[in-house]
Design a protein around this ligand. Structure first.
Ligand code: FE
Length: 229
């Protein structure tokens, strides 16, 4: 069917925040776009299984925090690979309550938007929520994180509930120090890259990582990793 062409689509990475019954939650989304400028309207695709989906359906509003290119993988992992059903993702995160009451992530954000839902489109596994923009502020002038940069430079993956998720490809084995794959999120530890966010130097084999090192994306410990291939 040729869906590899999808990989040529460009996206950003955003934290979508919402609330329900006094509880707040947020998640990473990449499928988001401006629909019109008058009235200013945006739309975002959210997986029906995600907690944020039920929050947006209940409150009819959501925030969008546009992430900086410098956002660490651990932060993306917190909002993108963990579920608010099991934890409060906002604990220890710099955020504020927006004018519409939704949580607005400020940490690693370069701008944010608040929107009120004006329509939704059922797309099977996902719902596209269109929302009229009621707030929008630039926070700084760092470059935005694009999905391409996240995948190619930061070596990030898509969780199963992301619109861009694809089954992992089999890769040829390398003769050098082996790569290790996180069985939880699919992150690949590449010794040639190390883990800059955790101050792990390039050239560090997986077996020499500190015992308390964790997956930079989902937080799983070393025992959850398998040798690639
Ligand atoms: Fe992981």
């Amino acid at each position: 069917m040729g869906i590899e062409a999808f990989r040529k689509l460009s996206y950003g990475l955003y934290v979508i925040g919402s609330l329900k019954d006094g509880q707040i939650n947020g998640q990473i989304a990449n499928a988001l776009f401006q629909v019109t400028s008058d009235p200013p309207t945006v739309a975002v695709s959210i997986c029906k299984e995600n907690l944020t989906h039920s929050y947006i359906q209940a409150s009819r509003k959501f925030s969008i925090s546009i992430l900086s290119q410098n956002t660490p993988m651990t932060f993306i992992g917190l909002f993108g690979f963990r579920s608010g059903k099991n934890m409060n993702k906002f604990e220890g995160v710099n955020y504020k309550s927006g004018t519409t009451g939704v949580p607005v992530v400020l940490q690693h954000a370069i701008a944010y938007i608040e929107a009120e839902v004006t329509g939704e489109l059922d797309c099977g596994t996902h719902t596209i929520f269109a929302g009229r923009v009621v707030e929008g502020h630039i926070l700084n002038n760092e470059p935005p994180l694009t999905y391409d940069y996240y995948r190619d430079i930061k070596k990030g993956k898509s969780p199963k509930n992301a619109p861009t998720y694809a089954e992992p490809e089999a890769k040829p084995r390398s003769e050098k120090a082996p790569k290790y794959v996180c069985t939880i999120c699919g992150y690949i530890y590449d010794p040639g890259q190390g883990d800059p966010d955790a101050n792990i130097e390039p050239g560090t084999p997986f077996t020499e990582l500190p015992e308390d090192w964790v997956c930079p994306v989902c937080g799983a410990d070393k025992s959850k990793f398998d040798r690639e291939g």
